[in-house]
Ligand binder design. Structure first.
Ligand code: 13P
Ligand code: SF4
Length: 319
């Protein structure tokens, strides 16, 4: 719980920007933000990226303090890579529905029933699950990593069944899939997507591989958030229907001004396509986390060391 009350002056976004810039200098801090963060946070960040780019940046930073504007597993990854640095997460409750579908104890039992399998885990999982894995991957390197594993080696892929199925299709490899999924990427409605496409016949549909097959089969392009951003800059199309968390549209609009980006519609009339965990971080909480040097990510050293090994393997296999 934060105890520092904001003054009226500090409440204005402009002053928060200035106050955060000052604290950044004072702390020798770097602010890393995922594309799903609210626009103000993206605008104050030193680096904005997808999960892989953020892990790489965290691995190479010279800053003393890493302020992670993303969700818990991302900040945890930064801490695993930087045990001596202070890693701040503006709201410690910023978890991940996908990581939550894979409780460590149940995963340990699952893994034990496939003793000869190599475990490849999507970075969207807890440090405990990473510690039980052989290689970590993200949505931007999963296909590349699986392709480097010898054909005869059986594989468990966890925790995202949708990314796992997509990787199986792309590589022709059969894998044992943990049946996890993300509430945000499973919210899109195929029926509404098709209706939207009828109204925008020239639009290209671009989708994240965490989406269900019923959505991916309509996609003109499938990729990680960074890949989707790059694709819409390079494509000759002027309209895109975007099937991932709409936070990415802020960077799309900046990078491809003049093009139109339409969020893919959720099944219900709700904002369920916005990640409720990512959106727990606000500019105010980011400021307070830097002012109070809390909340910080802490972790058991044995788990950290075990979780570091598969992350390093990922970084080596995806250069
Ligand atoms: P990427 O950052 O790999 O695109 O994954 C998106 C996501 O769901 C992060 O939680
Ligand atoms: Fe987790 Fe889904 Fe949110 Fe990404 S969008 S952080 S996978 S709940």
């Amino acid at each position: 719980m934060f105890t520092t009350a904001l003054t009226q002056r500090e409440k204005t976004p402009l002053d928060l920007f200035a106050a955060i810039a000052n604290l950044k200098k004072e702390l020798n801090a770097v602010i890393l933000a995922h594309y799903y963060q609210e626009p103000d946070i993206q605008d104050i960040a030193d680096f904005i990226g997808d999960s892989l780019q953020l892990a790489r940046t965290a691995a190479n930073t010279n800053a003393d303090v890493i302020v992670f504007a993303g969700v818990h597993f991302m900040a945890e990854t930064a801490k695993i890579l930087n045990p001596d640095k202070l890693v701040l997460l503006p709201d410690l409750n910023a978890g991940c529905s996908l990581a939550d579908t894979c409780p460590p104890q149940e995963f340990a039992a699952f893994k034990a029933s496939y003793p000869d399998h190599l475990v490849v885990s999507y970075i969207n999982c807890s440090a405990e699950v990473k510690a039980m894995s052989d290689i970590i991957c993200t949505s931007s390197n999963a296909v590349k990593i699986i392709q480097q594993i010898p054909e005869e080696q059986p594989i468990i892929f966890a925790p995202d069944k949708n990314l796992g199925r997509y990787v199986m299709e792309q590589t022709g490899r059969k894998m044992v899939l943990w049946q996890g999924s993300c509430i945000v990427h499973e919210t899109f409605s195929e029926k509404k997507l098709v209706q939207l496409q009828i109204h925008h016949p020239q639009a290209e549909i671009i989708a994240h591989p965490e989406c269900e097959e019923s959505i991916l089969r309509h996609a003109d392009y499938i990729g990680s958030t960074a890949a989707l951003l790059k694709y819409c800059q390079q494509s000759h199309s002027s309209t895109f229907i975007v099937a991932t968390e709409p936070g990415i549209i802020h960077q799309m609009q900046k990078a491809a001004a003049g093009k139109q980006f339409i969020p893919a519609p959720p099944t219900n009339n709700c904002n369920c396509n916005e990640c409720p965990f990512m959106r727990l971080n606000t500019l105010e909480k980011l400021y307070l986390s830097m002012k109070n040097c809390a909340p910080e990510i802490q972790m058991d050293e044995e788990i950290r060391v075990a979780a570091l090994r598969p992350i390093q393997r990922m970084l080596e296999m995806s250069v």
